[in-house]
Write a protein that binds this ligand. Structure first.
Ligand code: AR6
Length: 171
C-alpha cells in the first residue's frame, strides 16, 4: 500500500503528526503503550483526558501531544478479545475512526500501535489482518487525501505479521 510503513520500535518516538494510543475506556492512563505515551507526554495529557468523558470501545478521541514529538494523540479503545464476531468489527472501527479524526484535524501522518494485542489479548495474526484491511479500505475511500500510516511494532514477531499481511495486500 502506498504511504504505509511497518516500523519496529517505540511509538512515543514517532515523528508522525499524531500517534494513536491503545487506551482504556476511562482514558485515564494504564500500562503498555498507554503508560508509555502518558509518561512521554507528561502530566498535562491525563489532565486533558480527564475532560473528555471517557471513550467507548471502537471510538476515538483526540488530545494534544504535549511533550511528544507528535502534535496530537488519538486515543482509541480496542475490544477485549472474546472470540465473538463483534471483536473484529470493533477493532476495525478503532482504525477507521482514528483515521477519520486525523483527517478532520487536517493531519497527514498517523502512527498506530497494534491495538488490543497486549493486555486485551487479541491474537496478533488476526489483529494485523483487521488493521491492514481497515487501513486499506479507508485509503481506498479517501484517495484524494494524503495520509501516511505507520504501524509501530514492539516485537519482531508483530513486525513479521504486518510485513506478511502487507505483502499480500494490493493497493
Ligand atoms: N510502542 C509501540 N508499541 C507498544 C509499546 C510502545 N512503547 N508498548 C507496548 N506496545 P497494550 P491493549 C505494544 O497492552 O492490548 C493498557 O493498560 C504491545 O506490545 O498496550 O489495547 C490500557 O490502559 C502490544 O502489541 O494495549 C488498557 O487498559 C500493543 O502495543 C489496555 O492496556 C498493545 O498492547 C489496552 O490493552
Amino acid at each position: 500500500m502506498k504511504d504505509v510503513r511497518v516500523l519496529l520500535g517505540d511509538i512515543t518516538q514517532s515523528d508522525a503528526d499524531c500517534i494513536v494510543n491503545a487506551a482504556k475506556k476511562s482514558l485515564l492512563g494504564g500500562g503498555g503503550v498507554d503508560g508509555a505515551i502518558h509518561k512521554a507526554a507528561g502530566p498535562e495529557l491525563v489532565k486533558e483526558c480527564a475532560t473528555l468523558g471517557g471513550c467507548e470501545t471502537g471510538e476515538a478521541k483526540i488530545t494534544k501531544g504535549y511533550k511528544l514529538k507528535a502534535a496530537y494523540v488519538i486515543h482509541t479503545v480496542g475490544p477485549v478479545y472474546s472470540g465473538a464476531e463483534s471483536d473484529a468489527v470493533l477493532l476495525g472501527q478503532c482504525y477507521t475512526n482514528s483515521l477519520d479524526l486525523a483527517k478532520k484535524h487536517n493531519l497527514h501522518s498517523i502512527a498506530f500501535p497494534a491495538v488490543s494485542t497486549g493486555v486485551y489479548g487479541y491474537p496478533p495474526e488476526k489483529a494485523t489482518v483487521i488493521a491492514v484491511e481497515a487501513v486499506k479500505k479507508w485509503k481506498d475511500e479517501n484517495r484524494d487525501y494524503r495520509m501516511r500510516v505507520d504501524f509501530y511494532c514492539f516485537s519482531e514477531m508483530m513486525y513479521a505479521q504486518y510485513i506478511l499481511k502487507l505483502k499480500n495486500t494490493r493497493y
